[in-house]
Design a protein around this ligand. Structure first.
Ligand code: PHE
Length: 339
């Protein structure tokens, strides 16, 4: 008996807790209902009476030792477990909601306005060929009007490829691929080779509008733009059209809205004129219709193009264009929208 007790004692003192479930294995092996120590108690029955007391005390001591070791082992494993876990994945997080970019808010608002009057949304590529960005829009080769927009060329020469300088290129794509009536707006990013400053950037965003059908007149253009201006800037907003020039529209006009900041009383934003320029427009030149395969004798239409940054500038009174692309969280955080 004494020998057996000694054997388990040795086993106990040389036991190594290795795996994370070692404590439980140890408990089952030594202290479980069929464990080694329990087994000793049952052997006690056969021990001669004069040795019973001695053996019983030794087994009790052994059991106590095993229990202490078990406690220690349990503490150790729970310590290493908490040390090992870097983060409590069940902890509720501090969620910080992002906000829409001001240009996205404006773009969606403008799209919604034109949707109300039946315009669809179309898009085109930012890398364009000469045909869609210039030639089909009535810019003859070497025409000085090409200099109106400083172009970033990707490939020069016969098959000229460039970053589109305006969303008017999408007009051409839409006209080539559909038949009138056409009523579409095309939002997108455009590029111009300009030095970056508060008032100019090498990329910005435009929204193009195109309406082609039988009998579309300049009055339709004017009314559409008035509706747009009043939806976006308020129902008291007035518009005025000044004659202008674009190769792809004839006649062409530049459109101003009554100053939203000073209510036309005169301020430094409208340079004391009471008016703010917001877009270019005109009746689609018959040459442009024909270049895209539309019968200019049957159909007429209007087009317009506006800068999204310009509209955002007026709505949010943010004058430095660079703010829109720097992605400074302190700037972006100020725009909250449900759109
Ligand atoms: N594409 C012109 C620009 O970028 C704007 C415009 C569009 C003018 C459509 C007339 C008609 O300046």
């Amino acid at each position: 008996m004494i020998e057996q007790i000694q054997k388990i004692k040795n086993e106990l003192s040389s036991y190594e807790f290795k795996a994370s479930d070692a404590a439980e294995k140890f408990r089952i092996h030594f202290l479980g209902s069929k464990g080694a120590i329990k087994g000793l108690y049952s052997l006690l029955r056969d021990v001669p009476n004069d040795q019973k007391k001695e053996c019983g005390q030794q087994i009790n001591a052994l059991k106590e030792e095993a229990e202490q070791l078990l406690e220690q082992a349990k503490k150790q494993t729970s310590n290493t477990e908490t040390k090992g876990a870097k983060e409590d994945l069940t902890k509720p997080t501090e969620t910080k909601l992002g906000s829409h970019h001001p240009l996205s808010i404006i773009r969606r608002e403008i799209i919604d306005v034109f949707r109300k009057i039946g315009f669809s949304v179309s898009e085109g590529p930012e890398i364009e060929d000469d045909w869609h960005n210039f030639s089909a829009l009535n810019f003859p080769p070497e025409h000085p009007a090409r200099d109106m927009q400083d172009t970033f060329f990707i490939e020069k020469g016969e098959n000229e490829i460039a970053l589109r300088t305006h969303t008017s290129s999408v007009q051409v794509r839409v006209m080539e691929n559909s038949t009138p009536p056409i009523r579409t707006i095309s939002p997108g990013r455009v590029y111009r080779n300009e030095a970056i400053s508060a008032r100019a950037h090498c990329f910005f965003h435009q929204i193009e509008g195109l309406y082609i059908d039988e009998g579309v007149s300049f009055a339709d253009l004017k009314q559409t733009l008035l509706f747009f201006a009043q939806e976006v800037f308020g129902e008291k907003t007035k518009i005025r059209l000044r004659p202008s020039y674009f190769p792809f529209t004839e006649p062409s006009a530049e459109v101003d809205v009554s100053c939203t900041i000073c209510k036309s009383k005169g301020c430094n934003v409208c340079k004391y004129t009471g008016w703010l320029e917001i877009l270019g427009c005109g009746m689609v030149d018959p040459n442009v219709l024909e270049a895209s395969g539309i019968d200019s004798k049957k159909y007429s239409g209007f087009a317009f193009g506006m800068g999204v940054e310009r509209i955002a500038q007026l709505k949010y009174k943010v004058n430095d264009l660079r703010m829109y692309s720097e992605n400074d969280i302190r700037f972006l955080d100020q725009f909250k929208s449900t759109l």
